[in-house]
Unconditional design. Structure first.
Length: 157
């Protein structure tokens, strides 16, 4: 697996946040691509974290923060639980379909627009939501790096 470098941008804040989030998303997908389903499903650390769980959890997090909390849509959140029938392909499809739902909502909003439905949190805007998703995705991409190395020795972003 070749090591990819993040994009270097001198553009505006929105473009930078979007490009860095997309880079981290794709990093997670690269980490799980090519792994056998059983290995991706298998917890590799005492906390029970697996590659499939990471991908499903990130789909959950983006739907929760952008579609439900920011846009205020009444949607069923993706289930991050890993089941015996889950596959690498189905997890990647879920994650990518989440992007196609999240990205247009973000594109139509101002970075200063406030979340509509986050009653347990102080007011947060799109800028904060994107920064949070970026750090959450990057953190889990790091976890995926370690899990993939434990599975088959593959390294690289």
């Amino acid at each position: 697996m070749s090591d990819q470098k993040p994009p270097y941008l001198a553009e505006d804040e929105r473009a930078m946040l979007g490009a860095l989030l997309q880079f981290q998303r794709e990093s997670v997908v690269r980490k799980i691509t090519g792994v056998e389903d059983a290995a991706a499903r298998r917890p590799m650390v005492p906390t029970g974290t697996s590659l499939l769980w990471l991908v499903k959890h990130l789909a959950y997090a983006e739907t929760l923060w952008v579609v439900q909390r920011f846009a205020g849509e009444d949607v069923e959140l993706p289930d991050a639980t890993v089941y015996e029938h889950d596959t690498v392909v189905s997890a990647i499809e879920l994650y990518r379909s989440t992007w196609s739902r999240v990205d247009p909502i973000v594109a139509a909003a101002s970075l200063d627009d406030l979340a509509r439905d986050a009653p347990d949190y102080p007011p947060v805007n799109v800028r904060w939501v994107l920064a949070h998703l970026l750090e959450e995705t990057a953190r889990h991409a790091g976890h995926a790096d370690i899990l993939r190395e434990l599975i088959d020795g593959q390294i690289g972003r």
